[in-house]
Structure formats: structure tokens, C-alpha cells
Design a protein around this ligand. Sequence first.
Ligand code: ADP
Ligand code: ZN
Length: 522
Amino acid sequence: MTAEAEKPKQVHRVLRDVWGYDTFRPLQEESIDCVLGGRDSLTVLPTGGGKSLCFQVPALCHDGMAVVVSPLISLMKDQVDSLLACGVSAAFVNSTQSDDEKREVADRIRSGELKLLYVAPERLLAARTLDFLRQQNISFFAIDEAHCISNWGHDFRPEYRGLRMLKDQFPKASVHAYTATASESVRDDIASQLGLRKPEIIVGDFDRPNLTYRMIRADGRLGQVIDVVGRHRGESGVVYCISRKEVEKTAAALVAGGTSALPYHAGLDDSIRKANQDAFIKDKCDVIVATVAFGMGIDKSNVRYVVHAGMPKSIEHYQQESGRAGRDGLESECVLFYSGGDVVTWKKIMESEPSSYQAAVASLDAMFNVCAGTVCRHRSLVQYFGQSHAADNCGACDVCLDEIDLVDDPITLSQKILSCVIRLRERFGVGHTAKVLCGSGEQRIRELGHDKLSTYGLLTKDGLPAVRMWIDQLVQQEYLCRSGEYQTLSLTDAGRRLLRRDGDPRLSVATPTRRSGKSRSP
Ligand code: ADP
Ligand code: ZN
């Protein structure tokens, strides 16, 4: 038998003997093949997709030691602990260790006994570590949470940037990157920042069919959050808030209502934070109310619902945070409350980092467009990650479940908007078009003579936010498109047909009457 034919047998044996699993999850084998073939790769699998095994299994099939780069000490410790529990020779080096402990790890590396070494990037890139590792038999490098290298991503860590030198310093070792969240641009950025050579890019299915998504305009947020938690009484849930203050307020309100809830944010003492997280993981409390600080590396399978009390700052964040629900594959609910005010809040926070401001605002807008949109949530989310979604009606989102309030005559309304875009000779953006439709008295509009257009002031009574939302919805549904440096609006072919009343646009009412969303309680 050839070595090629034997290879799959070996990985299956390792999977069964070491982990006790019978089959690989989707794309794990493809990803493992890249490592065994020594071909640089980037593997994008959703949270819970089983990325760790993609480098752990081949590490055991290879000669030498694999080096795993990981951003958080707690993540490293969890992974090494579970490897040790499976009888795999693994260790980490980090700043929490004494000199003796570090020396012991170095001895194990020298003896050739260690199969996996976990290390933080800044530690790995220290000259001493590099010198030492160059003398060892390194099988390959695995870069976990690889989106941290891209400032287009949602968790940029400057210390990841230096990892580029691995390809120069270790020309013989292949480099493999892993992440849960990558839009196409982030994906390309990761590959180029790491200097990967002709990488194989493996992208998993991002749809989570067992999650029911609801995205609802905030209208008395705290009460809305309490409602959702109330209909999941006794179940495990996570409530995300934008600020620490809101975390405290929301947790207190839930506790006052008789829910067992605990707060989690970076302002709490380490010991309290850890205790609260443990209580949640061990089912000693039902609800954890948290900022984004919560969750990386948390593997709790029975989370039945995730509530966002405010809009996350990117779709990547939303995918990751909502993805903590239903990891056991059972039906779970994800409810997000959003408002235009959330966008303003995030922009203020983002202004403190001017270098990445533009990218951050683009991510923020994309998130808002999904929320304010009237397109199936499952579809919008996977489309963002460059995938298509086949089902016409997913049956598991507020849009497909018909819970969104739509305007009665969307065609006439769309015609007004499209005509205005044409009157403006398809040379202006969303803001200006909306102002003309709303009859703005701005000087620039008068100077351009746009107050003389027949469409001027057609939608004054609806107000600017509603008109902007409708334009966004028409863009999302591809009746309009935005292009060029100034993001000017123009009609698509479908848009031109819609002018002749041929089309099926869906526009939501600006201030919807609240619906409880109880039609499908998972
Ligand atoms: P990710 O890092 O992609 O979020 P993990 O690597 O933490 O996911 O894996 C999630 C869970 O799935 C872990 O508990 C892991 O043991 C389990 N798992 C991974 N691969 C398999 C498999 N082939 N069969 C069964 N369980 C698996
Ligand atoms: Zn849907």
C-alpha cells in the first residue's frame, strides 16, 4: 500500500484512539490533509466547528513538534488540559510560569517528547525563543484565532503582526491559520499578513439552522430584554450589553425579577469574573449578563438563547456571540435589539482609534443594514460570509416568520424613492437623496436647485431616519446600488423594472408596533 493510501487510516485511528470520535466533522479532514501535505492553509469554520482537532490530529501524525499560537492564556490552558486528559504530550509557555516550569518545558522539547507547544505570539517572537526553536524539529505552525492579525477583523492584536516572520525564519515548516470569523476581505488579509504561500483556503458552512434569529428595534430595551429572559425561564442564556454600566443595570433588574443572573465584564475583579463564569458554565446560574469580554474559548453546549441588548459593532461579532447558543445542535433563540443610537454609540467609541476608523465604520454599517433590512436573517448572515442560502423561507427568523411590520404599499413608496434617484441623475448618495425626499431646507440643496425637483419633499412626513432605512433596504434588495468613491446611488435593472411596478420590494414600517415574537418559542 502506498503512503498516500495509509494516511487517512492513520488520522482516523488517531481520532478514534485518542479522542474517541468515530467521524470527522465537515472539512476537518480537508484541513488536516493540508497540514500533512505541508501546504500552507487557512481554515475558516464557525464556532464549535472543531478547529482545534484540525491541527491537533496532524500534530500527532507528524514527526517533531507543532507550535500553536494562541492569543489568550486561558485558552491555552484549557486546550493543554484537555489534551493531557486525552494522554497527548502537550505544554504551554507563558508569563504565568516560574523559571523552573519554563525550564522543564524546554527539557521536554529538547528530548523530542512534546507533540504540541502552545505559545503566545509575543513570547514566540522573542529572539531567545526563536533561536531555541530553530534548533528543534518543528513540524508546523498553527495560528489559532488568526483574525487577530487583521485590523479589518474584529479583534486586532498588534502582536500577531510579527508572525509574518515565521515563513522566513522557518522556511521548511508550513504555516496554518484558523479562525471562526472571516469575511472575504479579512480572509485575504490573514493570508497576506502571514505571508502564506499559495495557501489552500477552506471555508465551512456558516449557517446555523438550529438558531432562530430575531432583530427588533429597541423600544424600552430593558423591558424587552426582561421579556425574552422571562420566556426562557430556567434555561441557560447569555445577555450581551455594550457597556459595563448596562451590564450592571440589566443584571440587577433580572435578579430583582427573580432570575438567577450574574454580571461579567472587564471592570470586575479577576476572581469575581472567574467565579461568575464558572457558576454559569456549571449551571449554577441561568443567565450571564456580559460585555464582549465574555466568551472567547467558552465551550458550553446547552446555551438556549443569546440576547443582544444593543447592536454589536460587526457581523463577525454577532456571528461569534450569537453562535454560543445551541452548540448542542438543539433549537435555540437569538434576539437582538438595535437602534440608530447604537450606531452613534459605537462611532464615539471607535473615534478613539482613528487608524482603523474607516474599516470599523464599514463593519458597523454592515451590521446595521442586516438589522434594519427585511431580508431573511439566515440569508443575510451567510451572504456576508460569502456563502449563499438556498431556502426561500428559513422558518427560523423574524423575517420568514412574518413578524416584521411591512409598509402596505411598498411599490408606490419605492417608486417615489427611485424616481428621486433618477431626478438626481444618479449622482448623489443616500444622505443627500433622503434629504431631498424629506424636503430639507439645507442651503446646498437650494444651491443645486434640488428643491425644485418634483420629488422634493415627497416623504417629508415620514422623516429622515425612515427614508434612509428604506433606501438601505432597496440597496440590500438590489433595486438600488451604491458605487464609486462617493457611494452614489443608481438604479439596477431590477430597479428600472420596479419603476414599471414590476417587482416585490419589502420595506419595513419606521416605528413598528411591538410584537412579542412569541409565535415560535424554541
Ligand atoms: P472551535 O474551536 O471550532 O470553536 P472546538 O475545536 O473547540 O471548536 O470544538 C468544539 C467541540 O466539538 C469540542 O468539544 C470538540 O471536542 C468537539 N469535536 C471536534 N471535532 C469533533 C469530531 N470530529 N467529532 C465529535 N466531536 C468533535
Ligand atoms: Zn429567514
